[in-house]
Design a binder for this molecule. Structure first.
Ligand code: NAP
Length: 431
């Protein structure tokens, strides 16, 4: 057994000590000697800002480290690096700006903040000449930020697609594997602690939307914010859709997609029909994966845990080591000033679609329905009928079509006497 290394001390100020902050304090303590041997740096959490100092958090930090004065932590000249894991926009934004302007590198896991104010913060970090690193903000332990910032800095990326919300992937996996209804799968996710009591941010796509905005900004080097992202959640996905998808050798996944369309960028989150042969179809339960496509590199996929205190803390610690090392070497990893991205309207999207339509089962109906598709240049790739009489349902998969043409088709289908209802409409990968 080697003797513990000492290493140059790096004093860490922690803003927040919840799931991620507490796991980080433990990980730093466990790994201190190994990290010091490998990097020459010895990390010590010296201050921890929380709202309530009376809670015993059982974390290995010095007596008296806890404080409610977060502003004092970021101003403290004895603190070398600040880690923000409190979440939310304010006071996190003000504290990060103050830390950067005080010359301290900052590591954050805060997707909500970066998806709304990222460009401002990247530019302040560059002006201050210190790092702002945020690997943990997107897909937890999966090193997608580092990949986009460093490995693919010279790659002409065309598209990034990800399963970047573990809660919804867990729910969709349950619905697929066990034929469970959406409501039952959500209740199980809540029982297991994968979903919040109010699951809106996850199931309606807001969480994935914030993450895909951050991914798009790094992948295409232009500012994309949360409000730019087209959002559709999974609450409308039914057990019948999952069954129909399986019948067509597909599964349904909530995908975040960022893609280049000419000199514009399209960003969207929606349930998507994924062919069972695609690598993203094999990503189940609460796991995340990010699939990158580039002109030079081809296709690359990363897979792992997208959340949880310890996996997320691992990503934060990796950033902490980078930020402290860069600071000691006198150079960092700036993103710099970004122009606002030109966002491609959703109406211009071209993709394949899945549609389920409830119709009257009588002669001529199929031809009438098919004619509506044709009038709007939407070409049908496959069609299946299930049920008879009042239970008849037609399921279509189209070839690639424009979103605006598809919406016009839906509008006209809803106006047909023979169409009782237009059910699910899902975008599909492939074709
Ligand atoms: P959490 O468990 O709710 O912990 C938040 C911590 O911040 C608590 O210790 C809280 O103090 C403290 N805090 C909040 N507001 C504060 C304020 N105004 N002043 C001082 N302290 C304040 O949150 P978490 O799950 O660790 O998440 C932290 C961040 O990591 C969020 O940005 C989240 O999006 C991100 N993230 C989390 C995960 C995950 O799996 N949990 C994964 C990826 C990214 P008290 O304890 O005293 O209330």
């Amino acid at each position: 057994m080697e003797a513990p290394s000492t290493g140059t001390p790096v004093r860490v100020g922690l803003l927040g000590c919840g799931n991620v902050g507490a796991a980080l304090a433990v990980l730093i303590d466990e790994q201190r000697d190994d990290v010091a041997r490998r990097t020459g740096l010895s990390f010590q959490v010296v201050s921890v800002a929380v709202r309530d100092t009376s809670i015993d958090r059982g974390v290995p930090v010095p007596d008296g480290a806890f404080t409610t004065d977060a502003a004092a932590v970021v101003a403290d000249p004895d603190i070398d690096v600040v880690v923000e894991v409190m979440g939310g926009i304010e006071p996190a934004r003000t504290l990060i700006v103050a830390a950067l302007e005080n010359g301290k590198p900052v590591v954050t896991a805060n997707k909500e903040l970066l998806a709304n104010h990222g460009a401002e913060l990247y530019s302040i970090a560059e002006a201050a000449g210190v790092d702002l690193l945020f690997e943990a903000a997107v897909a937890g332990a999966i090193p997608i930020m580092r990949l986009l910032r460093e490995s693919f800095a010279g790659e002409p990326i065309t598209r990034v697609m990800g399963i970047i919300n573990g809660t919804t992937n867990f729910i969709l996996t349950k619905m697929s594997g066990e034929g469970t209804s959406y409501a039952d799968a959500l209740a199980e996710a809540q029982d297991l602690g994968y979903a919040e009591a109010d699951p809106t941010a996850d199931v309606e796509g807001h969480d994935a939307g914030a993450k895909i905005a951050i991914i798009a900004t790094l992948a295409f080097g232009a500012e994309v914010v949360a409000d730019d992202v087209y959002l559709e959640g999974i609450s409308g996905v039914t057990a019948a859709d999952i069954e129909a998808a399986a019948h067509l050798d597909h599964c349904i996944k909530l995908l975040g997609v960022a893609e280049r369309r000419g000199d514009e960028i399209g960003v969207r989150v929606h349930p998507t029909l994924v062919p069972n042969g695609h690598p993203l179809a094999a990503v189940n339960d609460s796991f995340n994966a990010v699939f990158v496509e580039g002109d030079a590199v081809g296709e690359v996929m990363l897979y792992g845990r997208g959340a949880g205190g310890r996996p997320t803390a691992s990503a934060v610690f990796g950033d902490l080591i980078d930020a402290a090392g860069n600071s000691a070497r006198g150079h960092g990893a700036p993103i710099g000033s970004l122009e606002r991205a030109r966002i491609s309207p959703m109406a211009d999207l071209e993709t394949a679609y899945y549609l389920a339509i409830d119709v009257d089962d009588r002669p001529g109906v199929l031809a009438t329905v098919a004619a509506v598709f044709g009038e709007h240049n939407v070409s049908i790739r496959s069609m299946e009928q299930s049920g008879l009489g009042g239970e008849a349902r037609l399921v279509f998969i189209t070839h690639r079509a424009r979103e605006s043409d598809l919406q016009a088709t839906l509008h006209d289908l809803r106006g047909l006497d023979a169409v009782r209802s237009v059910g699910s409409v899902l975008r599909a990968l492939g074709d």
